[in-house]
Design a protein around this ligand. Sequence first.
Ligand code: SF4
Ligand code: SF4
Length: 136
Amino acid sequence: MAKKKAKKVLCNKCTGLCCRYFALPIETPEDKEDHDDIKWYLCHKDITVFVEDGDWYINIKNKCKHLGKDYKCRIYDKRPRICRGYRHSDCDFTDGEYDYELHFTSGRQMEEYIKIKFDNNVKEKQKSKKKKKRKK
Ligand code: SF4
Ligand code: SF4
């Protein structure tokens, strides 16, 4: 009960941060082309891509149409299962910063990442040099 009360007080102070986006898992990109496809996601407005615990997600920053001007849910009693199951212990308001391993907010960032991962991969270059030497 006390917990429930604390939750209510917290939500009353919040502007409905958890109702302003949704994130979906995407396939882990493997090759250069897969990463380039993610660059395409990032060309779109209000889209970011992040990696958490090794899993990749697309984040759609788009407010739920049921969030009222008073920051309360207008369909509270009929809200979807996902909303009902949302944990308040580590919600957007209480937890603050995310623990992303990677967070891409633009295609340019993904281009840089592709360069580092595939084009400037020193280890890979060294490996192929060694292979070439062995062949001689
Ligand atoms: S982010 Fe947390 S405090 Fe804000 S409305 Fe959602 S659950 Fe409540
Ligand atoms: S349905 Fe209600 S609780 Fe769920 S995201 Fe929309 S406003 Fe938030």
